[in-house]
Ligand binder design. Sequence first.
Ligand code: GLU
Length: 295
Amino acid sequence: MQLEMNETVPPVVRFAPSPNGRLHLGHAYSALFTQQVARDLKARLLLRIEDIDLARCQQRFVDGIYDDLGWIGLHWEKPVRRQSEHFAVYEDALSTLKRLGVVYPCFATRKEIAEAVAGDLEHPRDPDGAPLYPGISRDLACDEITALLESDVPHAWRLDVERAWNIAGAELSFVELGSGPRGETGELEVIPQVWGDVVIARKDIKTSYHLSVVVDDALQGVSHVTRGQDLFYATYIHRLLQKLLSLPVPYYFHHPLVRDDAQRKLSKSAGDQSLAALRSAGVSAVEVRRMLGFV
Ligand code: GLU
């Protein structure tokens, strides 16, 4: 696809891992893919540490990211943006969404939500397979909400997706230069309703992956978002947030995921072999690049 490029401003790409474990081959593929796109577009390459989850992210994994990426031959600009240093920026964006009336506080606990959908096999699910938020605590009276907020009852903020869609004027699209899991490519319309009323600010940290990623991509001038197809449908929410927050819209370049022999996507939690483990087993960085199709 022919890209319309602003000749004076170099494109910007980023690799944005979360330091909640050591990187594995799937991350290496994503990082090398980003490097390849940067070379093709003569783009600046940024690294962003997505460490909003203070309970799961650890400094030793941040150090591991620098180490592993340096080992496979990635070069990135410094300083590196760490999301945990910018919570105030995400709160500002949340305030804008509150002013627009497109988010509402959700006081429901995980248990209450699970109970509300338990046994309902027909209950709709999001693209990740999780049941859509069933709407409990959604239509509380104004004075009830005020009282709960004033007494500091823990709450998340959820996107009222229908209201947001109406305010955004519907019919939003983005350009996919790679492909989604079902081969989606080209200019694509978004359907954020598939996620239901997603959490935009978590109970514990007052932001979310969706909000921080959209704010940071805009702040860092990212022109091309490169990432795995597991995040393709999240773009529906990102595009809606960009519209509500008046942010520029990057091109998207989703790539297929590295899978194991059983066709399972690699994951840190499943203990898939890390780059560090491969390295100490004597595998070279050149072999890793070759294994993943980058020479
Ligand atoms: N931090 C996300 C992850 O590690 C990637 C975010 C993105 O590329 O949009 O899966």
